[in-house]
Ligand binder design. Sequence first.
Ligand SMILES: [Ca+2]
Ligand SMILES: [Ca+2]
Length: 278
Amino acid sequence: MRRIVCLLGLLLPTLLLPAQFFSENFDELQADTGQQLPAGWTAVNQNNDNAFWDVLPNSNNFPNNARSAPNAMHMSFDIDDPADDWLFTPLLSFRQNYRYIVRFWYRKVDTGFDTVEKLKVHLSPGIDPQDVDPIPQFIDTLIDSKNYQLAEFSFVSNDDVVRSIAFHAFSEPFQFLLAIDDVEIEETLVNSTEVPAIVPPIRVFPNPTTDILAIHRPSEQMRAHIQLYDDTGRLIREENSARSGHQIPVDDLPPGFYTYLIRDHRGRQTSGRFTIHP
Ligand SMILES: [Ca+2]
Ligand SMILES: [Ca+2]
């Protein structure tokens, strides 16, 4: 019996360790003319202009385009149109009661000008922009760093489902290039209330609520960016520089289901659902 207990003790931490679920570094792509995407990926040039997602290779003049050589993926720009372009990963089979941690690296390509790129990332049951879950898992509307920065978000799959990770570039006209590289997804078996150690636990309460929503974060001094979305994906509240203990009044909002999105000072994002009762 003792041996079985010992074995279980050895096995359980292994079961709970994150395992690599998906990765794409774009490095197998050829820098040929025409749009180059990894196998199974789909790009949708929603506004049908001359700017779209495509491979971004390193070159003699630009040897550091990619985070991992030789390629990144990038979104180009149009002088007149804002970007409205989707990049879908292959459809992936997410398992019930697993937590998925999605990471990728992103930056603007430097022009020497104050250009700013905008990116949202959604889950999607299909590879059509009309299928996309309207509430983003990740959003950055102020991408002004020429250095690659890490994006990270996580979610628990409540069912066995097939989903794509959908990158939506929506930068203003006449910016320059938005680059992403090294997309990785890890999966960990959890019960639905567990949060992995690498993502600090954030408490949002009371839930359901009627009048206020309080945000408790473990890093008391660190400020966070908070967004609230209604069930149609419409952004209804946005607050910068919220400290732990921050309270958001919601007594003017109609009863229903809502989503919060919290980005910490390191760019890590946490999302969850809450309910407003009458
Ligand atoms: Ca386009
Ligand atoms: Ca790469």
